[in-house]
Design a protein around this ligand. Structure first.
Ligand SMILES: Cc1cc2nc3c(=O)[nH]c(=O)nc-3n(C[C@H](O)[C@H](O)[C@H](O)COP(=O)(O)O)c2cc1C
Length: 423
C-alpha cells in the first residue's frame, strides 16, 4: 500500500516534529534549497500532480503562473476550508500530517518566490489548527521557517487564519477575501489569484492535500509519484468513506482505484447489509452512478465519461430502500442555503431548483417542473462569480435520468414512498 500523505494510521495520533524528522522530514527542503526554484517547479510539473480541492487543476501549471509574475510580495495559501458535506480528508491531513503539509507549503513558496504563507483552516477544525500551529512553532525553532532558512537567502513566514464555516468560504477567492478581513465571498474572475490574489499580489492557493504530496515529489523525484495513479492523474488520493459503510473514514489509495474496491474492500460494504442503490462518487455536486458502474476507476476522466466527477473524493452511498428524491431534495436545499447572496442569478437558480425538488418531494409537483431543470442549468451557467451556481445540476439531472421511477412515484402518488412505507 503506497502512502505518500497519511504515513501514520489514525491510531498513531498526530505527527510530531521528531516523528517527521525520523521519516525523512524536511530533507526535501534541504534538497530544494540546493537547487534553483525553477528545478523544484519542474519536478512538481513533471509529477503531473493535480489539485485535490475538487477541480483537478495541474499544480505545476498553477505555480508557473505565479512564479513568472514580477510583482512582490507573493503569497501561498493552503486551503483547509473543507466544508464539502461529509469530507474529512483535509482534517486528516492537518491533524495527522501537519509537518508534511507545512513542508509542502514551504517548498511551494520557494518554487514561486513567495515570502508569506497562510494556512486557511476551518475554525471548526480545532485539532487541525492546534497541530498546524504546533508545526509552525517547531519548524521555526528548528530553522525550517523564518528568515534565511538553513543559511540560504530564502525567507518565509507562516501563520494560521481561521476560516468561517460557510460552504462558499472554501472557494479560493473567498479565502483571500476572508484573509483580507472581509466576508468570505467569491471575487469575480479574471483576474485569477495566480496573478492578482491576496492584497492584489500573485498568490498560489492550493488545497492542503495537494501541498502534502510535494515533499515526497521533491525528495523522491516525480517518477515515484507517477508510478501510481493514472497517466492523466498520477499519485495517490485521499477518499472519504461514508458513515453507512462498515469501515468509514479516510483512506489513501492510488487514483484510479475502482469504486467497488473502495466500497467493498476498504469500506467493508454497507453496514446495513442492504444492496447499493446509487453512489455519488465526488460529493453533492457530482452525478449519480448506478450499481452497474461500480467497477469504474476513481479517476476524473473515467468518471466524466460516466457523467460524474471525482471532486475531492468524498463518497456517498445510497442504499436500496432509500428514495433518490429525498436525497436530491436535501442536496438542492443545501446549495440554495449556501448560495452566498452576492450573485442574483445564483440565488434565483439555486432557490428555484430547491423549490422545484421540494414540491416534487412533497408530492405536489408535476413532470413539467422537472423539465425546467436542464434549462435552468443552461441559463445559469457562467453567470456567477463561482461555480456554486451550477453545482446542483449534475446530481439533479442524473437522478432524474437514472431513477425516473422514484420521481414518478412522487408525482403519481403525491407522497414519498418512504412516508408511504412508514405510515
Ligand atoms: C463553492 C466552492 C467551495 C469550495 N470549497 C473548497 C474547499 O473547502 N477546499 C478546497 O481546497 N477547495 C475548495 N474549492 C475549490 C477552490 O476554489 C480551489 O479550486 C482550490 O482550493 C484549489 O486548490 P487545488 O488546485 O489544490 O485543488 C471550492 C470551490 C467552490 C466553487
Amino acid at each position: 500500500m503506497v502512502h505518500m500523505v497519511l504515513t501514520r494510521g489514525p491510531e498513531a495520533g498526530a505527527q510530531t516534529f521528531d516523528d517527521y524528522i525520523a521519516e525523512g522530514g524536511y530533507q526535501a527542503l534541504k534538497k530544494a534549497l540546493a537547487q534553483t526554484p525553477a528545478q523544484v517547479l519542474d519536478a512538481v510539473t513533471a509529477s503531473g500532480l493535480r489539485g485535490r480541492g475538487g477541480a483537478g487543476f495541474p499544480c505545476g501549471l498553477k505555480w508557473s503562473l505565479t512564479a513568472k509574475e514580477e510583482a512582490t510580495p507573493k503569497y501561498v495559501v493552503a486551503n483547509g476550508g473543507e466544508d464539502e458535506p461529509g469530507s474529512l480528508k483535509d482534517h486528516a491531513v492537518m491533524e495527522r500530517s501537519p509537518h508534511r503539509l507545512l513542508e509542502g507549503v514551504i517548498l511551494a513558496a520557494y518554487a514561486v518566490g513567495a515570502s508569506e504563507a497562510i494556512m486557511y483552516i476551518n475554525s471548526e477544525c480545532e485539532e487541525g489548527i492546534a497541530q498546524v500551529e504546533g508545526a509552525i512553532a517547531a519548524a521555526t525553532s528548528a530553522g525550517y521557517l523564518g528568515e534565511r532558512i538553513l543559511g540560504s537567502s530564502f525567507s518565509i513566514s507562516a501563520r494560521v487564519h481561521h476560516a468561517s464555516q460557510e460552504y462558499v468560504a472554501g472557494e479560493d477567492t473567498s479565502a483571500l477575501e476572508s484573509i483580507e478581513g472581509r466576508a468570505a465571498k467569491p471575487r469575480e474572475k479574471p483576474p485569477f489569484p495566480t496573478t492578482a490574489g491576496l492584497y492584489g499580489k500573485p498568490t498560489v492557493v492550493n488545497n492542503v492535500e495537494t501541498f502534502a504530496y510535494v515533499p515526497s515529489i521533491v525528495l523522491n523525484g516525480p517518477e515515484l509519484f507517477r508510478s501510481v495513479g493514472t497517466e492523466d492523474n498520477p499519485g495517490t488520493m485521499l477518499f472519504t468513506l461514508p458513515p453507512n459503510l462498515n469501515r468509514p473514514g479516510v483512506v489513501e489509495l492510488p487514483v484510479g482505484t475502482s469504486l467497488r474496491e473502495l466500497i467493498e474492500v476498504h469500506g467493508g460494504g454497507l453496514a446495513s447489509g442492504r444492496a447499493v442503490k446509487a453512489v455519488l462518487p465526488g460529493g453533492p455536486s457530482s452525478g449519480f452512478l448506478k450499481p452497474v458502474d461500480l467497477d469504474v476507476a476513481m479517476d476524473r476522466k473515467a468518471l466524466q465519461e460516466r457523467g460524474s466527477t471525482l471532486g475531492c473524493g468524498v463518497l456517498r452511498v445510497i442504499e436500496e430502500g432509500q428514495c433518490i428524491v429525498e436525497i436530491v431534495d436535501e442536496i438542492a436545499q443545501f446549495f440554495a442555503r449556501e448560495s452566498c447572496g452576492q450573485c442574483p442569478t445564483c440565488m434565483m437558480a439555486t432557490g428555484t431548483l430547491s423549490r422545484i425538488i421540494g414540491q416534487i418531494q412533497k408530492g405536489s409537483g408535476a413532470q413539467a417542473l422537472l423539465d425546467q431543470i436542464p434549462k435552468l442549468g443552461a441559463f445559469a451557467k457562467g453567470k456567477g462569480f463561482c461555480s456554486l451556481i451550477t453545482m446542483p445540476i449534475p446530481p439533479l439531472t442524473s437522478a432524474i435520468a437514472l431513477f425516473p421511477e422514484d420521481f414518478a412515484y412522487h408525482i403519481e402518488h403525491h407522497v414519498c414512498p418512504m412516508d408511504a412505507v412508514s405510515s
